[in-house]
Design a protein. Sequence first.
Length: 596
Amino acid sequence: MASQLVCSLAINIEAIATRKKGRGKANEGTVGAITPPQPTVVEVPVVVEPTPEPKPEPTPEPTPEPTPEPTPEPSPEPSPEPSPEPTPEPTPEPTPEPSPEPTPEPVEETIVVPVVPQPTAEVITFPTPGTYTIPATTVTVTSETTVCEATTTEVSPGTITYGGVTTVVETQTTIVCPVATVETSEGVVTSIIKETTFVCPTAGTYTIAPETTVVEESTVIVYPTPAVVVPGTYTKPEEIVTVTVPNYVYVCPAPVTDLPVPAPAAPTSAPTPVVEAPKPVVETPTPVVEAPKPVVETPAPVETPKEEASTSAPVAPKPTTDIVKPHGPTLGDDTDHWAITYTPYSHDGQCKSAGEVMTDLSAIKQKGFSTIRLYSADKTDCNGLENVSAACVAHGLNMILGVFIKADGLAAAAPQIDELAKFQHWDIVALVVVGNEAIFAGFATAPELANFIVNAKQVFANAGYTGPVTTTEPLNVLQQHAATLCDVVDVMGANIHPFFNSDITAETSGEFAKEQLDLVEKLCPGKDGINLEIGWPSAGRCNGAACPGHEQQATAMRGIREKLGGKSVFFSFHDDAWKEPGEFGCERSWGIGQLF
């Protein structure tokens, strides 16, 4: 199909930094501010040369006839007298050629070529560590168009299938829809929108025009997806990005508008199919590559592995800890161990009884914690919402409730919202977390998650909850999508795990985590940040300078408690023998209850 639109989005398939267990690296640096250019028009110098008068063809010179000497009779015989040089025959004057008109000097003229800007994300590669300022942007769109949106996905080594357009059909159908792809010309890779026709032979779910590549190490791939832009004015505030590694690839969020974003147009077909409107999705690599998260048979895990965070220059800690005070329970406190994660599983992965949950939470209360984080409100997940909330009420503990989003997407998570609509103990709830690294895992895009959060907040409000709602992601994901998420969350939540940064030791983990939380707190002006997952393993293999062990775990916990214990959720109450060991053999060994 003919190309419909050419976008200036380069596809980058390169390692930003090796991220362990599928976590993001966030970066901090100290170099002075650098402002990359943000052109809206391109001034193209064009050399315009006036057309000269046509130059006449030169007349070939005739062979000159010897001109006779001015004597009555020319002598044919040469002079007998020696002469140093023979007297040359006189040459007739050549006929002068016509002089062409003088060629005027080229005149340089500047033609202003208007560039139609689109509110799309911008992929920027920062060549050196430092602090970079990305200027504010305002884009006005006058007509609806389909553009190339930048999408990023963290992948593990292997064959990766990504991109494309997914649609659901109920009968044999021919789909005509726009897809984003790339073309290479003279070494320049350009993202473009093409219209494609796809025949769905039977009813089912189809991904149209996905891409496949092979990666040799954990990396972040950046690729185009189609997105519909409606008329309006789109704005993006100034951003400051700190970088500590060379060639760091950053996806600058797209400008946003106050107008509602329409759903993608349904594909045309003949005959008219009964289909869902196709929308750009990331075909997550889990079907073709071993997923970075641990997989268990029963029950499905709700705790996720930790991120690899980045190193940064030492920053002096703030003298006091800011505390958000919502409707009821405080979000954070002035102690050094405010909250801890809890899942109602036994060591072999079976569901704990209500009595066992009651005993665990009694022990947690005795250790001085005031708040429990529960990841899921799924009734089939060991009946955790009912049993854990009952134990919290009995022991005077507050709760951080969760809506857990898995690979089956947002629609499959919706029943958890319904369960929370019937919840009776909102007076002990300090925070609701909708999604745990759902964007990072590829289970939802940032706009999809933002819309899901808005709808969930309305349900919670109707049920009587007026406290804060958020989501949580690794810091680098929050940096990329702050423009989308800041408007829908009440506090910015992050999962910060120093162990998954290979430059961090147990001794430096507290200072490092505090620096990361400081960055989180700057993402959404006027909104606080909270650390919703942090810990250190007691067993496994070293990740560079980060080594697990009982002594190292105790050392790390002391530093973390000192620097940010009152604004962190510790991970986790007990070891989880039912998990897979993971890359560093440490996924079963994060229990820290014995240290308090």
